[in-house]
Ligand binder design. Structure first.
Ligand SMILES: [Mg+2]
Length: 211
């Protein structure tokens, strides 16, 4: 690995647990839809989940909360987002690792979550990051190799001077690696696949004691 100039983190599933998103997408939105349509919660949830999978995570709309509120006729997203804020959780090691790495490296966030949600998710952690990038909000694209190259250009670094870590095999690992970045896949399932990290502490250990 070259001299590391920048460490980039995915947000959800890497720093922040899925609790907040789970609550918004699978509880609060179906509950509101049920109320608007006069359905029971289970019916509403089935219908909503069908709609989500019809779009799928390879399309930008999947990530766009405003698209869904509009499409489902749910009014303003603001009260729903506010009602779920108490569900934001960080992984237990995240703040410690981030605060300690921030004293030695430049850190950024590179996420597919739209900025309006990303800023809320990162609240306590935001001071540790020099920049927060949302592929969807800043570049209107998924976390493609091009997204990672644009971030590198924006930060004035070469891809091989960057580490990116995230929990999505395609969007975090394969696509950043294709851009020439040193990619790490974080797998919190405990199955510990070859070369994956089981948590962020392992990333820190790797930087302190390189193999
Ligand atoms: Mg993720």
């Amino acid at each position: 690995m070259n001299q590391v100039e920048l460490i980039s983190f995915d947000a959800e599933g890497t720093l922040v647990t899925p609790d907040f998103s789970e609550t918004i997408w699978h509880e609060a939105i179906p509950a509101l839809y049920a109320q608007k349509q006069g359905l029971d919660f289970a019916q509403a949830k089935r219908r909503i989940v069908e709609e989500y999978s019809r779009i799928g995570d390879q399309r930008l709309e999947w990530y766009d909360i405003e698209y869904w509120f509009d499409y489902l006729g749910l009014g303003s997203s603001e009260p729903v987002i506010q009602s779920c804020l108490n569900r934001i959780r960080y992984y237990p090691e995240a703040i410690d690792v981030i605060s300690s790495l921030a004293s030695e490296y430049k850190l950024i966030v590179a996420s597919g979550t739209p900025l309006e949600l990303l800023h809320l998710l990162l609240q306590d952690m935001k001071p540790y990051f020099v920049r927060v990038f949302s592929s969807v909000s800043h570049y209107k694209e998924l976390k493609s190799p091009d997204f990672y190259l644009r971030i590198c250009a924006e930060m004035g670094v070469k891809p091989n001077q960057v580490i990116h870590v995230g929990d999505n095999w395609q969007f975090d690992f394969l696509n950043s690696r294709q851009a020439g970045i040193n990619a790490f896949y974080i797998d919190r399932s405990g199955e510990n696949h070859h070369e994956s990290l089981s948590d962020l502490t392992q990333l820190k250990d790797l930087l302190v004691y390189p193999i």
